[in-house]
Design a protein around this ligand. Structure first.
Ligand code: AMP
Ligand code: MG
Length: 347
């Protein structure tokens, strides 16, 4: 009798628990093209009314940081020596300057002249050494100051380019705002910068995100299972041209004025902060695995990384070892199997 009563008291709780375990929150995705890339936002279907304000946010970011729109803050910075910018722009420029310092110029927000000279997806030109030297004179990574809303460039010719951080920054800020407003599950993808929180429908361990095989970019090399974070990927397969069997890609080394040749072909960074994730994916690509390891060890930034080396090895930092799953058939173009290795001081 007593047992029976207990059963009836516990029954509603049991049913609620079972429902919670099996309930799959229906999700809806809005996809559009912005900031030169595909953006897709996945939210619980019940929140789809937010899609229009999210599009407006992305439009605001684009019209602040576009290098080509004359009304943008960044356009004004690039076409005058001293100018006032919006608080958002001032904040990103300050952070970019801090990052240029911390990465010793591997992340260089002032590389515009080099980026224009090569015009990787346009005229695809291989500049002469004289041309590179002349352009590099305009690319001091610390070539501007920010005081309040005023940005001052030391060299009027210096061109800022924030293409290496704006997408991750926007994805991270958007995720933060959505979480603050009570959304418990979301996936935001800004062309290779994925910000996520909560769990994918039917999962209890977050989201499973595929990372491209840089050797065969139509295929996935591995998956990462994580949540409440941003994943940024920078690879030499994203934008490049080839001449005489050499690939000239879009991530430049500010010490040479040439596409970075650090032995890495792609870097994925996992970090709670979107700006930092995107900045580091570019910076680590330029630094190569030895300097990347030192930066990771130093603790200046709290991040984890996957470094794809040109020989097919994938170096993984400690914090990701549990969440990475290699696709068993993943290989290089030449058929060399991709292998995971712990990133440590073995070099
Ligand atoms: P990402 O895809 O995040 O690595 O960003 C690459 C973009 O950042 C390029 O298309 C350039 O606009 C810019 N960029 C290239 N090299 C660098 C660098 N060393 N530091 C900062 N920005 C860079
Ligand atoms: Mg980046």
């Amino acid at each position: 009798m007593k047992l029976n009563r207990l059963f009836f008291i516990l029954l509603p709780a049991l049913i609620a628990l079972l429902c919670a375990c099996t309930r799959q929150q229906a999700m809806q995705t809005d996809s559009f093209y912005a900031m030169n890339t595909y953006v897709s936002i996945t939210l619980p279907q019940s929140e789809k009314a937010r899609f229009s304000s999210i599009r407006r946010y992305v439009e605001d970011i684009e019209s602040t940081f576009s290098r080509t729109r004359p009304e943008s803050d960044l356009y004004r910075v690039n076409h005058t020596s001293v100018t006032e910018v919006s608080p958002v722009c001032a904040d990103v420029l300050l952070r970019a300057q801090g990052a240029a310092r911390t990465t010793d110029g591997a992340f260089n927000p002032c590389l515009g002249s080099i980026i224009e000279l090569w015009d990787i997806t346009g005229k695809a030109y291989i500049p002469t050494e004289e041309e590179r030297t002349a352009a590099l004179a305009e690319c001091d990574p610390l070539g501007y100051t920010v005081e309040g809303k005023t940005v001052t460039k030391q060299n009027p010719q210096t061109l800022l380019d924030l293409g290496a951080v704006v997408k991750g920054y926007a994805a991270g800020e958007l995720l933060h705002a959505l979480r603050e407003s009570g959304i418990d599950s979301a996936l935001i993808n800004f062309g290779g910068n994925v910000a996520l929180c909560g769990h994918a429908p039917g999962r209890t361990d977050g989201w499973r995100v595929g990372v491209k095989n840089p050797f065969l970019p139509d295929e996935i090399a591995l998956t990462l299972t994580c949540t409440d974070t941003v994943i940024a990927v920078s690879g030499d397969y994203e934008r490049y041209f080839e001449r005489d069997g050499v690939r000239y890609h879009h991530i430049f080394d500010g010490s040479t004025g040439k596409p970075a040749a650090s032995g890495l072909v792609s870097c994925a960074v996992v970090c709670e902060d979107g700006f930092t994730a995107d900045m580091l994916s570019t910076a680590l690509f330029v630094m190569g695995k030895e300097r990347a390891y030192e930066l990771w060890q130093s603790g200046v930034y709290d991040f984890e990384a996957l470094l794809f080396a040109e020989d097919g090895k994938i170096y993984v930092t400690d914090g990701l070892l549990e969440s990475v799953q290699l696709v068993p058939t993943a290989q290089t173009q030449a058929g060399v199997p991709l292998v995971l290795e712990k990133l440590e001081e073995t070099f």
